[in-house]
Design a protein around this ligand. Structure first.
Ligand SMILES: [Zn+2]
Ligand SMILES: [Zn+2]
Length: 469
């Protein structure tokens, strides 16, 4: 089809989509607490003519909106949760928390969800007009930042009926995301001891805090003996009370154990469990643990990635005003120039050379170009719940420019930029890329078959859901 129809449709809906993004920016709700955001989305979806399912998979803030009938079924993933500690006034180049809110959209999920919805609307309009046939499903996926919402949706049986899933993420480059991510498992360990006077009756006390510290020490010694592509992180949730003259009777920690695969993360987790048991034994305390969430590794799909790349080129690239360039430059001056990360693949080096060539004195404030697509087996040590979707249906993702170049993830600078005209331009561009890719897949059964064949080979061992309980 002539994709300019899709692009015009996105532009026609621009006021609705950008206003939704701005409202979500304002709600700034944390993972699994996105009540207002989910209600707003469900209302917009219903008004746009989608058939809405609330409480998807039994999750209060998950939902879907579907339109059309029959095959193919194309899923477009949206996120909308914010981050704590990142309250920030919009559109300024200095750190200034916004009164009345402790949270902010430092990962740009206000833009992420709204662009995905914009794409779903553009595809829906073409199905309604008889120009495309099949079904488009927008997934409102809560809790990406802290709770792996998509993993719980996957556990509840979602995504399996899709022919493909597409998503994107706000960023500082226009580029297809490829390679794999680590699988992760999050557990809370709780130690229980006995309180007593730390000086008067220490022999009667059993310190849960000591146990927690010994567990952490044990894990430090484990690090040398973990495989590559594995890592362990922790944070204290409870260090007992605030009185040093009390033997602390409680302590709890949250641990994130990452591995190349769910299976290898589980093997590493068993060793962490043993260290917790050992710490309890040493201190004569009790330990229990409970899983919070987990994510699978990510399977890339080169067939879908090529479709996304073609659409990154096909959609009209935003142009920026002198004011937008100046704002991006002023923001760029608020964070240090990042050095090269430690481990770069040959592909990473090529991409960085490509950016450098297009950057005057290393100081381009907006990366207003599309990076070449280099399929790669690169491994990212971070984790994403998109990984779980990628084990259930062919899945691909890209980034689009919504932020000044080099902007750190999860930063106040990203919150500040989240409602700017530059972010809105990136949002609309992403919606056009997504809708173009969805249309390509709906019109070309052979493409979907090729994507399916690649997926079946990559996912041959089957989805191993990382959530056990
Ligand atoms: Zn994030
Ligand atoms: Zn994110």
């Amino acid at each position: 089809m002539d994709k300019s129809i899709l692009y015009t449709c996105v532009d026609n809906y621009a006021p609705l989509i950008t206003a939704l993004s701005d409202r979500i920016w304002g709600y700034a709700e944390l993972s699994m607490e996105e009540v207002k955001s989910a209600q707003d989305y469900c209302r917009v979806l219903a008004e746009a003519g989608f058939s809405v399912t609330e409480h998807l998979g039994g999750i209060p803030t998950a939902f879907s909106g579907s339109f059309g009938s029959g095959k193919p079924v194309i899923g477009i993933l949206g996120e909308f949760d914010a981050l704590s500690g990142l309250s920030q006034e919009p559109g300024i180049t200095e750190r200034k928390p916004r009164p009345g809110s402790a949270c902010g959209h430092g990962c740009g999920h206000n833009l992420l969800g709204a662009a995905s919805l914009g794409a779903a609307i553009a595809v829906k309009e073409q199905i309604a007009a008889g120009k495309l046939s099949g079904t488009v499903v927008f997934y409102g996926c809560p809790g990406e930042e802290g709770c792996a919402g998509k993993t719980f949706l996957a556990k509840a049986g979602m995504f399996r009926d899709l022919d493909a899933a597409l998503c994107w993420h706000p960023g500082d480059v226009n580029a297809v995301t490829t390679g794999s991510n680590a699988a992760s498992l999050q557990y809370v360990y709780t130690f229980t001891g006995t309180a007593s006077h730390a000086a008067g009756a220490p022999e009667l006390g059993r310190s849960a805090l000591d146990a927690a510290e010994l567990m952490n020490t044990g894990v430090q010694y484990l690090r040398e003996h973990m495989g590559e592509r594995h890592s362990v992180h922790y944070a204290f949730l409870d260090a007992g009370g605030v009185s040093p003259n009390v033997v602390q009777p409680t302590a709890s920690l949250v641990y994130m154990v990452r591995g190349e695969t769910v299976r290898s993360a589980r093997a590493l987790l068993e060793r962490v469990h043993n260290i917790a048991r050992g710490a309890a034994l040493m201190t004569d305390t009790e330990v229990t643990w409970k899983q919070i969430d987990g994510t699978a590794s990510t399977l890339s799909n080169t067939v879908l990635e090529e479709v996304l790349q073609e659409n990154l080129f096909a959609a009209p690239m935003p142009s920026y005003t002198p004011e937008e360039w100046a704002f991006a430059k002023a923001l760029k001056d608020t964070y240090p120039e990042t050095g090269l990360p430690g481990k770069l693949t040959a592909e990473d080096r090529k991409l960085r050379a490509f950016i450098k060539e297009r950057t005057e004195n290393g100081a381009r404030a907006i990366n207003n170009f599309v990076l070449p697509y280099v399929p790669s087996n690169a491994f990212s040590p971070g984790s994403t719940d998109v990984g779980d979707v990628s084990w259930l249906t062919p899945t691909a993702q890209f980034q689009a420019v919504t932020w000044s170049s080099g902007a750190p993830g999860h930063s106040w600078q990203n919150v500040s930029q989240g409602k700017t005209s530059m972010a809105h331009k990136g949002l609309l561009y992403a919606a056009k890329v997504l809708s173009g890719a969805a249309a390509d897949l709906m019109e070309n059964p052979a493409l979907l078959q090729k994507a399916r064949a690649e997926f079946q080979e990559a996912a041959a061992e089957g989805y191993d859901c990382p959530i056990d309980n």
